[in-house]
Design a protein around this ligand. Structure first.
Ligand code: SAM
Length: 187
């Protein structure tokens, strides 16, 4: 198997590209950033140039559109959310992801998860919770690699907290404290 080889990494609200940089460093081969602001999407493309050059086999797309209009590609997804939106926008995105999970597994790394109830209401299982609920890992669909994904989640969290600007690793390995099991369906 291999989440890294199969799964598409999607950063909803990719901003200047930091989450995508994290995804590249975590080993994903296909990454998509979705960003509503044209200026930020352009900046993300620019910020990721150096990392692109260092990872020539990696496909990175940045789509400038509202997250509710984004249609994820077929196959397993690893969704990265740095609290980009809540409310109706999140609800629509989660509905689409829940539908996607009827065909392929969907894993979500959610930092500052203000809208986690939207995921739980749509059948996502909470797998890992960081202390103070500063981040969560959720999943839906037929998932066979939970333990591998848990390791990946930790890596994403550590990388995410170690990058101040895309492509610029300031404190490799520094980061958030270790995760604890979620209180719903932990396993
Ligand atoms: C907190 S920033 C996260 C940036 C980046 N993912 C990171 O980890 O540093 C949230 C981003 O979501 C974007 N955003 C907000 N609403 C959006 C929407 N409806 N569709 C797409 N992007 C959106 C904002 O423009 C902003 O760039």
């Amino acid at each position: 198997m291999g989440l890294h080889s199969d799964a598409t990494f999607v950063d909803y609200g990719c901003g200047k590209g930091r989450g995508l940089a994290v995804g590249i460093l975590a080993g994903f081969r296909h990454l998509i950033g979705v960003e509503v602001s044209r200026d930020l999407a352009t900046l993300a493309g620019r910020n990721l140039q150096a990392l692109r050059a260092r990872h020539p086999g990696v496909r990175i797309e940045i789509q400038t559109l509202d997250a509710t209009r984004f249609q994820p590609p077929e196959g397993p997804l690893v969704v990265f959310l740095y609290n980009p939106f809540v409310g109706l926008t999140l609800e629509r995105v989660v509905q689409r992801l829940a539908h996607h999970a009827t065909r392929s597994p969907v894993h979500v790394v959610y930092i500052n998860p203000r809208g986690r109830s939207a995921f739980l209401d749509h059948g996502f299982r909470q797998r890992v919770t960081w202390p103070d609920s500063q981040a969560l890992i959720l999943e839906s669909g037929v998932v066979s690699e939970t333990s591998q994904f848990r390791c990946l989640g930790h890596r994403l969290m550590n990388l995410s907290s170690s990058i101040l600007e895309p492509g610029q690793i300031l404190r490799q390995g520094a980061g958030l404290s270790s995760p604890v099991h979620g209180n719903r369906s932990a396993g």
